[in-house]
Structures are given as structure tokens and as C-alpha cells.
Design a protein around this ligand. Structure first.
Ligand code: AVJ
Length: 320
């Protein structure tokens, strides 16, 4: 009944729109060419990412959802009834739905840089959870920001699923966690999904699926540059590569040039040697102990950790 549904409060912090041209030109000019994984997510890339989450080889999404389903009641107890729940990125609606059902918070506050995505998902959630007070915050959570409320009448909790933090270097992750801690305040809880270190074959298969969806996701970055920056990338002369770098404990995705070639982008020319790559993503993997050490450096103490029977993925409750 729409007449009894709570209104959605929309707080627009006007995050600076990404300067695609400047970012791409700077990344391609580096001695080791590099582009940010943020650039994957145009409309086509977001669709491909949703398809990745359904792949048989890509275990993180379904494993995390299973952990949330299995242990949601315990998680709710840790986070506290009547909580103010902040979600960093309003990504997968299924995960937040599982958590909202278990937790029944007083206030739900999704934070996302994409205005349309935020508006759509906040509206959809408010429709299924009519008693929930929804405050959508349009902001870049990788930069400092304050919540649009300053009372502490509700226990504060944050949800950061999907091992999204894996895209950041460990030092940046520590900074990000410290900022989340400052937003939560003393005793605030962080529920965070972290992909675990496992055998190389399993990791590499998750980023090299048989259907080629991850390859299409990676290669879409070249199509995006062609579309939006008048780029001259010939997709026939690049291929997707994903390898586990054990020394750095991360899966790396690259776009590998299969020949010596020159490519024009936004009026500038870039030379590629055969075998040279553009590094497009890092996805850091942690042990439970390794992640606890990182969290401790940011001022969080581990409270509880849940995993699946195969120890593929972990969901941590940390206290600030
Ligand atoms: C959204 C960053 C968690 O690292 O597994 C999936 C992105 N890249 N397949 C990940 C991704 C290739 C994903 N994160």
C-alpha cells in the first residue's frame, strides 16, 4: 500500500563526476599501463558484472549469500536491534534484502556514487520494507564524508559486502576502514565480506570463466574507451588475462596486447609492445588472520567471523 510507505530521504553530496578522459590518458601514459577497475562499470559493464555473479566458477556472490542466510540471526544480534545500517555501495539487492530481513533496522542508509542506481534500489527496497526509514546518500565512499544525521540514538552498523574492499591496496583499505570507523563511532559494528586465499586453480578459474563473461567484462573497458573517447582499440589485438599473484595475495586482471601496435585515444598515440599489458584490476585475497591484522591497524577489533564449509569466503563482524 503506497499510502503507508515511508518516504525516502535523498541526500545528494554531489560527488565529483569521474573525468574519464583525464583518467584514461594518465593511466595509459604510465610506464606500466594501468586503468582503474571503477571504469568497468558503465551500463554494459554493470550488466556483465551481474552475469559474472551468476557464473558457476564465480563462487564469491553465492557463497556470501549462503553465509548471510545461514547466520543472519546471529549477525543481527551482533549488529543490534533498531540499528542505523549504512551500506557502502548499494550493489546487490539480494544481499541487503537477506540482511534487512534478519536485522530489521530502524534506518537504512545506502551510500552510492551512482545517483540513478541509488534512487532505483532505494525505492525498490522501501517498497518491500515499508516500515524502514530509508536515507539514500549520493556520495563517493572512497573519500571522506559525514552521515546526514548526527544523533546516536540508534546503534550504528555498516555493511560492506562482496569483498569490494579487495579492489583497494592494503594501505588504502586501512584508510577506508578508518574512515568507516569514524562514521560509526565507538562500539559501531562493521559487517564486511572478504574473499579468502585459496588454491590458485580455483581463484584463477573464478576470473577466467569458460563462457568468457569475465573476458567480455574486461574487454568492455576497451569498447568503452572506443565509444566515449574516440579510441582506436582493435579488440582482436588484445586478450583478457587473469592471474593469481601469490606474493601480493591478489588476482590481477590485465588486457594483453597480442602484437606490437599503436593505438590512438582522444587524439594521443600510445605504443604497445607484444605481450605488454594494461593492468585493469587487483582483487586482494586475505586469510582470516591477515584481514584481522589489517582491521586492527584501522582501529577495529574482530568480534565474530562466519565462513562456508569449504572456507571460500568470510563475513566478519568487527567492532570499532
Ligand atoms: C566487485 C571487486 C569484488 O574482485 O571479484 C569480478 C570484481 N572482477 N570478476 C572481484 C570482479 C572480475 C569483483 N569485485
Amino acid at each position: 500500500d503506497p499510502t503507508t510507505a515511508n518516504p525516502i530521504f535523498f541526500h545528494d553530496y554531489h560527488p565529483a563526476p569521474a573525468d574519464l578522459r583525464a583518467e584514461v590518458l594518465a593511466g595509459l601514459a604510465k610506464p606500466r599501463k594501468q586503468l582503474s577497475p571503477k571504469l568497468f562499470y558503465d551500463a554494459e559493464g554493470s550488466k556483465l558484472f551481474d552475469a559474472i555473479c551468476e557464473l558457476p566458477e564465480y563462487y564469491p556472490t553465492r557463497t556470501e549469500i549462503a553465509i548471510l542466510r545461514e547466520h543472519g540471526a546471529e549477525m543481527a544480534q551482533r549488529l543490534g536491534r533498531e540499528a542505523l545500517l549504512v551500506e557502502l555501495g548499494s550493489g546487490s539487492s539480494l544481499k541487503i534484502r537477506v540482511l534487512l530481513e534478519a536485522l530489521q533496522p530502524a534506518v537504512y542508509m545506502p551510500v552510492d556514487i551512482s545517483r540513478e542506481h541509488l534512487q532505483q534500489s532505494a525505492q525498490a527496497l522501501a517498497a518491500t520494507f515499508p516500515k524502514l526509514e530509508v536515507h539514500a546518500v549520493c556520495a563517493d565512499y572512497s573519500a571522506p564524508f559525514d552521515l546526514p544525521v548526527d544523533d546516536h540514538e540508534h546503534p550504528r552498523a555498516a555493511f560492506f559486502p562482496g569483498s569490494s574492499i579487495g579492489n583497494f591496496e592494503p594501505d588504502e583499505s586501512e584508510q577506508l576502514l578508518r574512515r568507516v570507523g569514524a562514521i560509526l563511532g565507538a562500539e559501531g559494528r562493521l559487517l564486511i565480506g572478504i574473499d579468502l586465499i585459496k588454491d590458485r586453480a580455483r581463484l584463477e578459474r573464478a576470473y577466467n570463466d569458460a563462457a568468457g563473461v569475465t573476458a567480455a567484462f574486461n574487454m568492455n573497458l576497451l569498447s568503452r574507451i572506443n565509444r566515449e573517447l574516440e579510441g582506436g582499440f582493435d579488440p582482436r589485438h588484445f586478450r583478457h588475462e587473469a592471474l593469481f599473484n601469490a606474493a601480493q595475495s591478489r588476482v590481477e586482471m590485465h588486457l594483453l596486447s597480442t602484437c606490437d601496435q599503436q593505438v590512438e585515444v582522444a587524439g594521443e598515440t600510445f605504443a604497445f609492445r607484444e605481450g605488454e599489458t594494461i593492468h585493469t584490476e587487483c582483487s586482494h585475497k586475505y586469510s582470516v588472520e591477515g584481514f584481522h591484522a589489517l582491521a586492527a591497524r584501522a582501529g577495529f577489533e574482530p568480534e565474530q567471523v562466519w565462513t562456508d564449509p569449504e572456507q571460500l569466503f568470510s563475513v566478519h563482524c568487527l567492532i570499532y
